[in-house]
Design a protein around this ligand. Structure first.
Ligand SMILES: [Zn+2]
Length: 300
């Protein structure tokens, strides 16, 4: 169903005589602009400049929350939406890069919390794109309410509800149509939420092709009275997720909270941008944090 919907969304694009292509005028924002303009600002809705990450992949999010634009000749893709309040700056960033928001044909995301999916309703309305989420994320996205089993229920605000057009099918790449060099693969990475999803795709800049991994939040955080040790049904998927993330193809890592992948510093040239060990390092670090959390719960 998901692949069909995606194909349909993109097929519709090809019927339009002026199908989206490379932007006519591409604003030149230095890759270091994210580090300099977001210095001391990391709010979920703090506007950030748009920056090309690699090839057809761009950062169009805020200082605190990543939103990724993947531009293809057959329609663009947005991963995540940040908050409702952030949407005007996301749309402005897309335009600044020379793209038309109406050429975004597919919106997908990381996990069902207001800081990443809160802007879905406004972004879908502004672009007319198809919205697809994992089956586990769907109830929260469509009702706007945090899942009752979520460790952070009660401390995460609700979000604007929005109807979903289709569900992600895990295990196979979503092809964006013939002739395109992007094969976007969803990976189920539950733990932080039940519907957490990570994404990998190939991005080419000239002859240099790499795999970008957008790895969902892996943090075991909760309300004060929640104990992970009392919820083995949440700890087990977390452990599988760490293993899955360790094994991802991962030349360049981006995380929904940009600081977890140091992406601003990497784009500014302060650290290597290409870092094939990054997914494993992140998974190891977050697994150690979960172990520490379980140990501290046991000690109480
Ligand atoms: Zn979250």
């Amino acid at each position: 169903m998901s692949v069909k919907l995606f194909a349909a969304a993109l097929a519709a694009t090809t019927l339009i005589s002026c199908a989206p292509s490379a932007p006519l005028t591409q604003a030149k924002t230095e890759p270091s602009a994210l580090a300099t303009q977001c210095e001391g600002r990391d709010g979920w809705s703090d506007p950030a400049p748009p920056v090309r990450i690699h090839g057809n992949s761009y950062y169009v999010g805020t200082c605190g929350i990543a939103v990724i634009l993947i531009a293809t000749p057959k329609g663009h893709i947005l991963i995540d939406a940040a908050t409702d309040e952030a949407v005007p700056s996301i749309l402005a960033n897309i335009r600044t890069l020379g793209f038309d928001p109406r050429d975004v044909k597919l919106i997908i995301g990381s996990h069902e919390h207001v800081d990443h999916m809160g802007g879905f309703a406004e972004l879908k309305a502004a672009t007319g794109a198809q919205l697809m989420v994992s089956s586990a994320a769907r109830p929260s996205v469509e009702t706007g309410r945090t899942d009752a089993a979520d460790p952070q229920v009660g401390i995460i605000p609700d979000m604007k509800p929005v109807p979903v057009d289709g569900e992600i099918a895990f295990g196979a790449p979503m092809k964006s149509g013939s002739g395109s060099d992007i094969a976007l693969t969803p990976h189920a990475t539950p733990g932080h939420t039940s519907g957490g999803t990570s994404w990998t795709w190939r991005s080419c800049e000239g002859k240099k092709c790499i795999t970008i991994a957008y790895v969902d939040s892996l943090s075991a955080v909760s309300s004060d009275d929640y104990k992970f040790s009392a919820h083995p049904e949440r700890v087990a998927p977390f452990r599988s997720t760490f293993d899955r993330v360790r094994a991802l193809p991962c030349d360049l890592l981006i995380t929904p909270h940009p600081s977890f992948s140091d992406i601003f510093e990497r784009l500014a040239g302060e650290m290597p941008l290409i870092n094939p060990g990054a997914c494993k390092t992140l998974a190891d670090m977050m697994a150690a944090r979960l172990d520490k959390r379980l140990a501290s719960e046991a000690a109480k």
